[in-house]
Design a protein around this ligand. Structure first.
Ligand code: Z5A
Ligand code: MG
Length: 206
């Protein structure tokens, strides 16, 4: 059996990551795949509740302390994510370590220091980056409700994201409509899943 694929959707605020993750999970389920959604921060855990209190301005925390909590929130999910991938379940992941590094670096922390706590986490097989200019993000629902939702920081975050960009990232123009983005994301994801299945077949033949 092929290992599940780890498909990551990263990107700017309000770029439609959660919308596209939900549509991708539903479309893959309809096609008979075992697939689950993971979202970071996962606000349901004890660590996630601390992060939520910080993001909604109910709690103040040192910049380094909150950075480490975001990372710990990924580490606490790690064993379960690995188990699911080994069992053949595809994981659609809404934000991950790139968000951690982009936001904290934009706030002024050192880039290498920010990367260190996430070293060793399971790596995505495919990363989409949903790119949206901040002026467009501001026009979308809910912008401005949480701590980081202001233009100056969001512009810096986008700059760091683009600095982190690798040639493997699939860039998605998030100014496009929801169905247009979905069509592209689904196609590339299905290609990646087929590639994994083919690799597993070859491994069995060896
Ligand atoms: N953060 C961090 O600092 N460190 C970390 O390690 C991690 C995160 C993991 C909360 O994250 C904050 O945590 C975030 C980064 C930081 N800070 N900020 N800013 P979150 O993931 O919980 O944030 P969120 O509340 O889900 O917002 P989001 O991710 O920025 O939004 P989104 O998922 O990209 O967009 P959406 O919810 O799908 O859509 C937003 C709105 O736009 C909604 O009204 C949609 O109907 C609309 N929309 C969606 N797609 C479109 C298109 N294509 N056209 C027009 N309108 C659209
Ligand atoms: Mg979201």
């Amino acid at each position: 059996m092929a290992r599940g694929r780890f498909i990551l959707l990263e990107g700017c605020d309000r770029a439609g990551k959660s919308t596209q993750c939900a549509k991708l999970v539903a479309a893959l389920q309809d096609k008979g795949h075992a697939v689950e959604l993971c979202k970071f921060p996962d606000r349901t855990t004890t660590i996630g509740q601390m992060i939520h209190a910080y993001l909604t301005n109910a709690k103040e925390l040192d910049d380094k302390a909150i950075h480490l909590l975001f990372s710990a929130n990924r580490w606490e999910a790690m064993q379960q994510m690995k188990r699911k991938l080994r069992a053949g379940t595809h994981l659609i992941v809404d934000r991950y370590a790139y968000s951690g590094v982009a936001f904290s670096t934009a706030k002024g922390l050192d880039l290498t220091w920010c990367k260190n706590p996430d070293r060793g986490l399971v790596r995505p097989d495919l990363t989409f980056f949903l790119d949206l200019p901040t002026v467009e993000a501001e026009k979308r629902g809910g912008f401005g409700e949480e701590r980081y939702e202001n233009r100056e920081l969001q512009e810096k975050v986008r700059e760091v994201f683009l600095q982190l960009k690798s040639k493997e990232w699939v860039m998605i123009d998030a100014r496009h409509s929801v169905p247009t983005m979905h069509h592209e994301i689904l196609k590339v994801t299905e290609d990646k899943i087929r590639e994994g299945e083919r690799d597993a077949e070859f491994a069995e033949e060896d």
